[in-house]
Design a protein around this ligand. Structure first.
Ligand code: AMP
Length: 263
């Protein structure tokens, strides 16, 4: 399957091609069409699955298809991330995939000067990628206007909750337009009960995108099971090592005592 069939515009397909991507990843295949339809999404996806492009590409398309309704260029899409590093990465993806579109983006996180961020926000930003704390600093100083946000993404939501951002997230949600007026996307590697609670509050009839957990084993490692009586396990291990003259062996045991006895 190629990217052409997902409903993405020419500018985005060009940017994807320039990245050298030939096929969408599984999460992209599922998420992109659903997000393009304007639905809310609850997606289970870990880092490395291509999730960032999975929400960034359709987000860019939806914003570019519908020009802002006033000239001031308010923030139209907000992506919240738990860390500066992730914010910077997502910001890079927005720039990369959106390079042929006339949309402006900014990344704001703490630990750096606030004034350059204020200047950038003042010049107008369509897509804002932010960590919650610094975003609330801007909101407190009235240097960011979130009243026109059409799309909200919570990226790595489980990490945000682990890092204690739930109160900040609630405060940010209170600054956004009515829930029914925006599209909400929640990405999380895990679905704890806290994530489910957050999803219940935030999402409207979300499309659930779950990727099967693939605990891939290393391709070059052969795995073999030897059924053996409990009392003969040691004997058998010793026989295998001795008869095949293995020089380096890594053995895992269930208990510390078992490891001591075996050694
Ligand atoms: P992510 O899971 O979003 O952090 O992405 C992991 C990596 O996969 C990033 O370096 C992307 O540039 C790359 N990537 C995303 N989508 C694709 C794709 N369809 N084909 C190849 N690489 C991709």
């Amino acid at each position: 399957m190629s990217f052409d069939t997902l409903g993405l515009s020419a500018g985005l397909l060009r940017a994807v091609g320039e990245q050298g991507y030939t096929q969408p990843t599984p999460v992209q295949r599922k998420a992109i069409p659903v997000i393009l339809q304007g639905k809310d999404v609850l997606a289970g996806a870990q880092t490395g699955t291509g999730k960032t492009a999975g929400f960034t590409l359709p987000l860019l398309q939806r914003l570019s298809a519908k020009p802002a309704n006033n000239g001031r260029c308010p923030v139209r899409a907000l992506v919240l991330t738990p860390t500066r590093e992730l914010a910077a990465q997502v910001g890079d993806s927005v720039d990369t995939y959106g390079r042929h579109l006339p949309l402006k983006s900014a990344v704001i996180f703490g630990g750096v000067k606030i004034n350059p961020q204020i200047d950038k926000l003042r010049r107008g930003v369509d897509i804002l990628v932010a960590t919650p704390g610094r975003l609330l600093d801007h909101a407190g100083q009235k240097t960011v206007d979130l009243s026109q946000v059409e799309m909200l993404v919570l990226d790595e939501a489980d990490r945000m909750l682990d890092m204690g951002f739930i109160h900040d997230i609630r405060k940010v949600l209170a600054l956004l337009p009515e829930n029914g007026a925006r599209q909400n996307l929640l990405f999380s590697a895990t679905f704890s009960s806290e994530i489910k609670q957050l999803a219940d509050r935030l999402l409207n009839q979300p499309e659930l995108i779950e990727m099967p957990h693939c605990h891939n084993t290393a391709g070059r490692i052969e795995q073999v099971v030897h059924p053996v009586d409990r009392h003969r396990k040691r004997e058998m291990l010793s026989h295998m090592i001795g008869s095949q003259n293995w020089r380096q062996v890594l053995v895992f045991t269930r208990t510390k005592h078992g490891a001591n006895r075996l050694a």
